[in-house]
Design a protein around this ligand. Sequence first.
Ligand SMILES: [Cu+2]
Length: 328
Amino acid sequence: MAADAPSANTAQPVPSGRKNDAKVLLILWIVLGTAGALIVGLVWGPHMPPGRMSTSAEGQQFDYQVLGAIATPVVVGVLLYFGYALVFWRRKPGDDTDALPLHGNVKVQATWIIGTATIVMFLAAFGTYELVAPAGAGGGEGPQPIWKPVGTTTSSLTSWTPGTSNILQVQVIGQQWAWTFRYPQFGGFETTQLVLPVNEPVQFNVTSLDVIHDFWAIQLGVKADANPGLNNVAYTTPQQIGSFEVRCDELCGIWHGSMYTTGQVVSDANFMAWTKKTAVQLADVTKLLPPYALTYDPTTIPAGKIMQDLGLTSAGGGYYNPADPVQP
Ligand SMILES: [Cu+2]
């Protein structure tokens, strides 16, 4: 009978139900992809790292929410297609026929190219905006930052009071294997404690005394390389009182893992009290430090003068040279 004979175009019989596969997959993808995007973006999103402790952290979390919500339907689409193929398109026992030959599909190809190009172009624009608008998004911008926090100035490098546009300067000094922090606007004391006032924009000036380290204040969403001889500027504004972790994120030697400390975000009043107390406590040490600068040359530490000032030697005037067999 003519009606039962296979047509010229399809040498093999088409299994029943296959013509609806695209429709079924599309509906499943829309439902599961939308649900997945909403769950990732709105339910999981607010718990994504690095949290919302600072403006830059909050911005990063928002970026992850958007990226996650966009990526989820893509992942769902791939897994759904994979699962569907495994379940419905697998070879039936006893079926030794070949599958249909493929000759390309303009609709599928065009949809794929336009869809992926649109997503990538959108993310490029979105990522650029998210980097520019929050002044570098907590990343190091080098010695001459292009993007500065709106409404801030560097009107004074020697004093700071809360609530002014004058931005708080905190120098971060990486060294094998510890972080120290210098506060030039409070007499230039140097301490191992990192204390910041809440809701005040901060300018981190990150440098190193030896090898390359990487200052990572995790919950603040701040990450900037600490290079010897270079000032790397990063901005943020802490917006929650509490503690945050600081790590080194650049393998910098055997005790790299111990470059770990805990910073504090406190109220303006507590911050001012802390700076006052610390400046007094460290006064004897501060006057032995090299003058505040954006970078330091560790090969010319006036060790002789420090020793003399400490009453440990009468020689004085010598400069510590690591190549010298005997230190002054
Ligand atoms: Cu390090």
